[in-house]
Design a protein around this ligand. Structure first.
Ligand SMILES: C[S@@+](CC[C@H](N)C(=O)[O-])C[C@H]1O[C@@H](n2cnc3c(N)ncnc32)[C@H](O)[C@@H]1O
Ligand code: SF4
Length: 431
């Protein structure tokens, strides 16, 4: 196995974190305006719709997503509002090519989820793919198979098959042992054209033996997609995770090297943390494949034109807004051109697909000149090199994939700080 030092030295990881934090603090704060709706769509632009379902039957301590403990009456009311907000997007003139439903656990009420997907497909017949997220307990629900034919990609959170890690993260009692989860996936993966398994690395005690066994089990299951997230510790989860379930950050490069040397050899790498059986996997990381997306539901984000939009995190306010004819979106942050280009460069590095042509044709700039400092830094880090066969293409090296992972991890943690700030004022009447 190659020496982990070769991916990126520790000092460079620390420096990257500091640079990312600088830009995140500078850019990821919101304008003070309160909005009533999203802007209208732009002619010729293609959009994806993201719908958020913020409920789980049980809450995991390390989880950074916007979610509340499931209450049936709240969730039923919520799904009705979600469908109304989709109608509002239609009335504004939006059409979508795909729908990504994220959570939380999107299958908490399967009948409502089914109604919502059918509603979306009727409103937007151009939707070609629907993606959903679920947990291992839902796979044994007798009605789970009703989602067959409606969902094109089902993603399930496994995190690890190792019982010690499942116990440490309190998922063993809630979702079953590694062996039980393995057996459930064997049955469920046949129900959908694409089945994705989410794993997490960066847990304490997840040494080479544990990681290698997880990857062997994944290889036996052979799902169409695998996502290997680095454990993200953010302001929301710091107290419950750091020094307890998170490994020291210096282990990250070693663990990533193992993943690249095993999974990376058997699967096509689609992004720094997504692997697919084929190179053309449709939906995987939606922010990468879709330049612009519109979010519906409490706590969803949208990226439209040069602005990030954020929906209200309060379930009460979400309900009040929808019932008074307003969309869930309340806040916005508009970026200058340079920041948008930096964001696109980050996504390109993360996706392992950096193209000068994209920057020229979509953003009207010469990549090497417009972002010369960033490009120089990436070259010096050994993250990118020119493709001798295609002057428009840049090759992202293994170090570049790891740099993309470290930067994306910092970016997602920064987004989580927005979530934390917007969730902080919530009281029990908002949940
Ligand atoms: C929104 S969750 C939905 C999955 C489902 N609710 C479950 O728990 O099985 C999507 C995925 O995010 C990942 N995730 C959640 N918190 C994370 C964290 N702090 N660091 C890294 N990945 C995380 C997990 O892999 C999880 O499966
Ligand atoms: S990991 Fe999944 S089940 Fe656990 S709190 Fe997060 S979304 Fe809910």
């Amino acid at each position: 196995m190659a020496d982990h030092e070769k991916l990126l030295p520790d000092w460079m990881i620390g420096l990257t974190d500091r640079i990312m934090n600088y830009y995140i603090e500078k850019n990821l704060n919101l304008d003070s305006v309160i909005l009533d709706r999203h802007p209208e769509p732009q002619p010729g632009h293609e959009y994806m719709m993201y719908a958020h379902v913020p409920f789980c039957h049980t809450l995991c301590s390390y989880c950074t997503f916007h979610r509340f403990l499931f209450k049936e009456y709240k969730a039923r009311e919520y799904f009705i509002n979600l469908r109304q907000e989709m109608q509002m997007a239609k009335d504004l003139g939006y059409e979508f090519t795909s729908l990504y439903i994220g959570g939380g656990t999107t299958t908490v009420l399967e009948d409502e989820l089914i109604k919502t997907i059918e509603h979306a497909r009727t409103l937007f017949p151009t939707i070609k793919e629907v993606s959903c997220e679920t947990d291992p307990a839902q796979l044994v629900s007798p009605t789970f198979k009703n989602l067959k034919g409606l969902v094109d990609r089902m993603s399930i959170g496994v995190q690890s098959f190792d019982d010690n890690i499942l116990k440490m993260t309190e998922r063993y009692e809630k979702f079953g042992s590694g062996q039980e989860i393995f057996e459930r996936i064997q049955y469920a993966k046949e129900l959908f054209p694409t089945f994705n398994v989410d794993m997490i690395f960066g847990f304490r005690g997840q040494d080479e033996g544990v990681l290698t066994r997880d990857i062997e089990l994944l290889t036996q299951l052979n799902p169409r997609q695998i996502t290997t997230y680095p454990l993200m510790v953010t302001s929301q989860t710091k107290c419950s995770v750091r020094n307890t379930i998170a490994a020291p950050s210096s282990d990250l490069a070693k663990q990533y090297r193992i993943i690249l040397d095993t999974l990376g050899k058997q699967y096509n790498q689609l992004t720094s943390w997504t692997f697919g059986r084929t190179n053309d996997e449709g939906i995987d990381e939606y922010v990468v494949d879709h330049d612009e997306y519109l979010g519906v539901g409490s706590g969803s984000f949208s990226f439209l034109g040069d602005s990030l939009y954020v929906n209200t995190f309060s379930l009460r306010r979400y309900h009040e807004r929808i019932q008074s004819g307003k969309m869930g979106v309340e806040r916005r942050r508009t970026f200058d051109k340079h920041s948008v280009l930096q964001y696109r460069l980050l996504l390109g590095l993360f996706a392992g697909r950096l193209s000068r042509k994209y920057f020229r044709e979509v953003h009207g700039v010469n990549l090497d000149r417009a972002l010369w400092k960033e490009m120089m830094g990436m070259r010096l880090a050994g993250a990118i090199k020119d493709d001798p066969n295609d002057p428009d293409r840049l090759i992202v090296t293994d170090s570049g994939k790891f740099l993309g992972l470290v930067m994306m991890k910092a970016f997602y943690s920064g987004m989580d700080n927005i979530r934390a700030a917007l969730r902080k004022p919530l009281s029990s009447s908002d949940m």
